[in-house]
Design a protein around this ligand. Structure first.
Ligand SMILES: Cc1ncc(COP(=O)(O)O)c(C=O)c1O
Length: 383
């Protein structure tokens, strides 16, 4: 059968060959330090400027609102810690949601250890944060709301525009983790009305190790790393020029090929779901189906089947993810599915399948066949 079918694009994406072509010269001949005054350095400064423009263009920001980081985790840390520190005089209350990625939840836990109070908003059964719930949670001392745009496990799209408007009415800053959103849904910081937005390169066909943070002009924020004056003093350290160039190119491609890519991801996802439903019928539950979701993400429960067993049984043919975590003596259901009120049995039988721009119908048909075969094998062995 050859290489397994890769259906875990929410975990990471391969580097687009066009992106690789663009970045390679900066690893080889164009290796100068952008802070050097001579031409070799200044050319790299220009390359960074171009990349910054490309990132800004994808999200409808201006280049001076884009700060390069090493990943979305760092962007989230900078957004949450940086805004909290800069607004200490105003208060020590942060609001987030219970379905955030650990790259937000764990930063909030750290902020609690630093004397901040954090409200973790519940979600409804669809996985959505209700605007009324946010309204009630905002206090006089709230300095930041951080709610993700698109969930990594279920693909749920939060009503960020509405939530950010509520924060704005209360003069509270709003950050969104958009690591899973770029290239999959329209992501326009003006339409969303957010003050800060996190970007991950490796979910967007750029390499791992590059990210960015959008910071709306005038937003009070302090650095969390200290050093020289790169990135306008907000993120010091000699610039990773090849990776910045890569993220810029990836953003340009994501904008250019948006319709084509979304159509490929969505039609692959729909073909997969239809194929599985036709063969397995009631055995499948689509988690979070009632909410708007990413065009590439399916979170499926296979009733009565252990998700870890299924992922392992498929692993030579199809690569997908389970949201549950293995600890020493037990398997913990996914925190996201738990927050959506799924019972433990359904959560433990759930897998995440995420398609990408390279997912062909052939690969989907192979996937349907191998999943159906293994599910039937499991059911027969249980009788
Ligand atoms: C929603 C979300 N936020 C943050 C991250 C962390 O991104 P990075 O690996 O770039 O730090 C991920 C990665 O899975 C994610 O899905």
């Amino acid at each position: 059968m050859g290489a397994p079918v890769y259906l875990d694009y929410n975990a990471t994406t391969p580097v687009d060959p066009e992106v690789l072509g663009e970045m390679l010269p900066f690893l080889q001949t164009h290796f100068g330090n952008p802070s050097s005054a001579y031409a070799m350095g200044q050319a790299n400064k220009e390359a960074i400027n171009k990349a910054r423009q490309q990132v800004a263009a994808l999200i409808n920001a201006t280049p001076d609102e884009i700060y390069f980081t090493s990943c979305a985790t760092e962007s989230n840390n900078l957004a949450i810690q940086g805004v909290a520190r800069a607004n200490r005089d105003k208060g020590k209350h942060i609001i987030t949601s219970s379905t955030e990625h650990p790259a937000v939840i764990q930063v909030c836990k750290y902020m609690e250890s630093q004397g901040f109070e954090v409200s973790y908003l519940p979600v409804d059964a669809k996985g959505l944060v209700q605007p009324e719930v946010l309204k009630k949670a905002i206090r006089k001392d709230t300095v930041l709301v951080s709610i993700m745009l698109a969930n990594n496990e279920v693909g749920t799209l939060q009503p960020i525009n509405e939530l950010a408007a509520i924060a704005r009415q209360h003069k509270v800053l709003f950050h969104t983790d958009a690591a899973q959103a770029l290239g999959k849904i329209e992501t326009d910081v003006q339409q969303l009305g957010v003050d800060l937005l996190s970007i991950a390169g490796h979910k967007l066909y750029a390499p791992k190790g590059i990210g960015a943070l959008y910071v709306k002009k005038g937003t009070p924020i302090k650095p969390i790393l200290f050093g020289a004056s790169q990135e306008n003093g907000l993120r010091p350290g000699t610039e990773n020029v090849p990776y910045m160039v890569a993220l810029g190119k990836a953003c340009e491609i994501a904008g250019r090929d948006y319709k084509k890519n979304v159509s490929a991801m969505l039609s692959a996802k729909e073909r997969l779901l239809n194929g599985l439903k036709n063969n397995l019928g009631e055995l499948i539950v689509v988690n979070g189906e009632a909410a708007p979701t990413l065009p590439n993400t399916l979170n499926l429960a296979f009733k009565g089947i252990d998700a870890h067993w299924l992922a392992a049984a498929l692993s030579e043919d199809v690569l997908l993810a389970t949201g549950s975590a293995c600890h020493a003596h037990s398997i913990e259901p996914s925190a996201v599915l738990k927050a959506m009120n799924l019972d433990a049995a359904t959560a433990l039988s759930s897998v995440r399948i995420s398609t990408g721009k390279y997912t062909s119908f052939d690969k989907i048909d192979q996937t349907i066949a191998v999943i159906v075969k293994n599910v039937r094998r499991f059911l027969v062995s249980e009788i």
